[in-house]
Every structure is written in structure tokens, then in C-alpha cells.
Design a protein around this ligand. Structure first.
Ligand code: PMP
Length: 459
């Protein structure tokens, strides 16, 4: 008997509605029907409690389960490690942590250290705490501000949220943490400067220098970006963008932090998103793909230069990085991350991400003939289509309509994502990010179902 058969759907739905508080959900909308209750999966196939099968083109709802469902070898590795030694605080070393750090950093030329925690938000908080500590350690105690980009998301904790460029997510949670300063997004389709690439001279990146000068370079210690904005609308910046940005950071002594929480571990076709752009960040954070969400684990990776700054005064008992997360470096989590990386390498999954990513993007671009598909963007298996009410005016499609399209697809057994409570009026982008094992046939189904759902809802 499969797990989906042994549960009583009605009883679980009632208990869920009575006791579970879902994330990012208006519970009133669930009344009467309840949420989808997921039970088991294999590859891209997800089965709910009623036995209905979906083709999951979201990798677990929020671009996480990169190697697909049902990976027994990850489960086995975690089981073996738990039996041997589940956990000891990261004040000590453990074998999977050491092996994982070594293997991971081999993919990140220029970076040498891995500091582990449990979630993307936490990984970013660590980065901010490093920047702020470094201000003291380098004798520039005012150099603590951190710049962030409009439309980027960096997490749920108050520091990470304060550095998020999505107004709707911040509403009600203030007062926010001071010392975070926003700069313009890099979305050509809605250029913040009303310019057109390449004639724009990448003004969106150059604007950062003006902001640093306005704030005072002696007050700015770090700058965080998603290499490719994910939840804020799938926005790959143009090719030269990051060389311009990295140069500005270097000249002003500002540490460049790449939030690879979504892009990291191959989602965009290179191991890390920034590797498309020929730059080396000072700090890289990652989470979702680290163990494909089989275990909660995140990383803040740094250069040796960042690490060494914390060794600068051995007599000073306060000079080390005074931070701990209880579960950071958990041995069982690290064994999942190691196995996840082995799968990506052994199965040459990045080749598939590139081949299938190109195929998906080309298929989505064919939808550009529809009057309400304003823009199609993506890299690797991180793709999005922006829906508009009219192509000339680019007025965003009403969120209700986008919800209907996503719902219609789910009714037809294909799960896709959408921008959700990110920018006022801009919850109009549908995200497609299947697991790395996706096939051409899977993509044909996704595209066919999407075209049909768009036609049914939007005419
Ligand atoms: N950064 C990015 C780019 C993300 O997409 C997310 C999660 N959606 C986070 C950080 C925060 O990660 P977590 O939810 O694991 O704290």
C-alpha cells in the first residue's frame, strides 16, 4: 500500500484546517476545501493525499528539490550518519562537514571558508554580521551599511527582511533594522531609468556608485544581490552588469555578497549564478539547493581575506566571529549535502539543466505571440513569464487572474509558481523551475498546459 492510500483525506484535511498555520496563505481562502496535502514523490512527480499526481515544475513550491523527489541515497546517507553521530555543535569539526566544505569550495575558486547554518535568511544574517564585525576589526566602525537591490528577496528574519527590496513583504513588520539602503533593480523590461540596453551604459549598476557617494563610502560596508533575482520576478541582469557592480564595490571597499539561495548548486546552469558573469564575490550565501531541501542546511562562504580579518589580533578575545547557530554544521545535514552534490556531479545534471533550460526558455518565448505575455526571462531552469494587460502599456496583469492561471494548471496536474506578495501591483509573473532531472517530454507537458490555462483564463 502506498502512503497516499493509508491516510484518510477528509480527516487530515479537517485536522489541517483546525491546527496548521500555513505559510503565505490567507486561511479564509482554504475554507471548505483545505490545502493540497502532499504525501510522496518520485523525480518530478508529486502525489497528494487523494492519490492525484502532479508534474511539479516548482521543485517543491519554492525552487528547492533540485535533484527531484525520492532520492534514496540521500535518505540512506542521512540515516547512516544519524546512527554514527547525528550532531555535535560546530565549535568542533565533524567528518561530513569537513568533506562537504572541501568539495563545495572546490567549485568556488577564490573562496575558501564555509560557515554553516540552517536557512537562507540565516546565511544572509551571518554575512551581515561578518560585514558589521569587519567594520570594527578594520578600524572603520562606521562602515556598516549594506546596500540591497529593489525586487531582490533576502529572507524572513528582520535583518534579512530589512534588506529585501519588496515593499509588500515588509509592510506591518517594522520598525525594520537600520543601516540597509536600497538601489534600483536591473530589470530591462521595466528599466528604472527608462533606457534601453545596450545604449543605457548599464546605468542601473552605475547608480550604485552615486548612492555610495551620497551615503559616504566610509559608511558602506557591504552590498547584497541575488545573481538572478528569483522571487522578485526572475530577472537575469545583462552580461556586463556584475563587472560594473564589482568594480564599484572594490573601489569603495564594499564587500560584494551574492545571495545564491535560489541560484546556488546549479539552478541556472553553472554551479553558482555569479559564475555566468565572470566576477568573484567576497561572500556567497546559499541554502535551498544545498541538500535539495532533504535537510535544512545553508552556507555562508567567504574568501580567505574575509576570514583572516578575524585573526587580526590574537590578543583580543573579542576578535573572532562571535556567532553561533545551534544546528549549523549538523553532521546529518552535511551528509545530505554531500550526497546531493555527488548526485549532481555523477549524473552530470548541469548538462541537463543547460539543455532543458534552453528548451524551456525557447518554448516559453513561443508564448510571446499571446497578447498578454509581456516578457519571458530566464537562465537554466529558472524561468519566468510576465503577464500584462496590454503589451504597449505593460500594465501588469491583475493578481487574481494570475492566481487563476496557476490554479487552472494545478487542476490539470502541473504545478507552477508565481510572484507572491512581493511588489505592490507586480504579482504578475509565473515561475517555472523544475528539478534538474526534467525531460523534454515533461517540458512539452508544462508548455502545453500553460498555453491552455492562459487561453482559458485570459482568452
Ligand atoms: N534569499 C533568497 C534569494 C530566497 O529566495 C530566499 C527564500 N525564498 C531566502 C533568501 C530566504 O531563505 P529561507 O526561507 O530559507 O530563510
Amino acid at each position: 500500500m502506498s502512503p497516499s492510500q493509508k491516510h484518510d483525506p477528509a480527516a487530515y484535511a479537517a485536522a489541517d484546517l483546525a491546527h496548521v498555520w500555513h505559510h503565505l496563505v490567507q486561511h479564509q481562502a482554504l475554507a471548505g476545501k483545505g490545502p493540497m496535502i502532499v504525501v510522496e514523490g518520485e523525480g518530478l512527480t508529486l502525489r497528494d493525499i487523494n492519490g492525484k499526481e502532479y508534474l511539479d515544475a516548482t521543485s517543491g513550491g519554492v525552487w528547492c528539490v533540485n535533484v527531484g523527489y525520492g532520492r534514496e541515497r540521500i535518505a540512506r546517507a542521512v540515516y547512516e550518519q544519524m546512527k554514527a553521530m547525528p550532531y555535535y555543535a560546530a565549535t568542533a569539526g565533524n567528518i561530513p562537514y569537513i568533506e562537504f566544505a572541501q568539495k563545495l569550495l572546490a567549485h568556488m575558486p577564490g573562496l575558501t571558508r564555509a560557515y554553516l547554518s540552517n536557512s537562507g535568511s540565516e546565511a544572509n544574517e551571518k554575512a551581515y554580521k561578518m560585514v558589521r564585525s569587519l567594520a570594527h576589526l578594520s578600524g572603520n566602525p562606521a562602515k556598516k551599511k549594506i546596500l540591497f537591490r529593489a525586487r531582490d528577496y533576502h529572507g524572513t528574519t528582520l535583518g534579512a527582511l530589512s534588506s529585501t527590496g519588496q515593499a509588500e513583504r515588509k509592510e506591518w513588520f517594522g520598525p525594520l533594522v537600520p543601516g540597509f539602503v536600497e538601489f534600483p533593480h536591473a530589470c530591462c523590461y521595466r528599466c528604472a531609468f527608462n533606457k534601453t540596453y545596450p545604449g543605457c551604459d548599464i546605468d542601473c549598476a552605475r547608480a550604485v556608485e552615486r548612492i555610495i557617494e551620497q551615503e559616504g563610502p566610509e559608511t558602506v560596508g557591504g552590498l547584497i544581490v541575488e545573481p538572478i533575482t528569483a522571487g522578485g520576478g526572475v530577472i537575469p541582469p545583462v552580461a556586463e552588469y556584475y563587472t560594473v557592480l564589482a568594480d564599484i564595490c572594490r573601489r569603495h571597499g564594499v564587500l560584494l555578497i551574492m545571495d545564491e539561495v535560489v541560484c546556488g548548486m546549479g539552478r541556472t546552469g553553472t554551479m553558482f549564478g555569479y559564475q555566468h558573469y565572470g566576477v568573484t564575490p567576497d561572500i556567497v550565501t546559499m541554502a535551498k539547493g544545498v541538500a535539495s531541501a532533504y535537510m535544512p542546511i545553508s552556507v555562508t562562504a567567504t574568501t580567505e581575506e574575509v576570514f583572516k580579518a578575524f585573526l587580526n589580533d590574537p590578543a583580543d578575545k573579542m576578535a573572532y566571529f562571535r556567532d553561533i547557530s545551534t544546528y549549523g554544521g549538523c553532521a546529518a545535514g552535511c551528509s545530505a549535502a554531500l550526497e546531493n552534490m555527488a548526485i549532481i556531479e555523477e549524473e552530470k545534471l548541469l548538462d541537463n539543466v543547460n539543455a532543458m533550460g534552453d528548451y524551456l526558455l525557447a518554448g516559453l518565448k513561443e508564448l510571446g505571440d499571446l497578447p498578454y505575455v509581456g516578457d519571458v526571462r530566464g537562465k537554466g531552469l529558472l524561468c519566468g513569464i510576465e503577464l500584462v494587460q496590454d503589451k504597449a502599456g505593460k500594465k501588469p496583469m491583475a493578481e487574481g487572474k494570475v492566481i487563476q492561471v496557476v490554479g487552472e494548471m494545478a487542476a490539470n496536474a502541473v504545478l507552477v509558481g508565481r510572484t507572491n506578495r512581493s511588489l505592490p501591483g507586480f504579482n504578475n509573473i509565473i515561475n517555472i523551475a523544475p528539478a534538474y532531472v526534467v525531460t523534454g517530454d515533461n517540458i512539452d507537458v508544462i508548455l502545453r498546459t500553460l498555453r491552455a490555462a492562459l487561453g482559458k483564463v485570459l482568452g
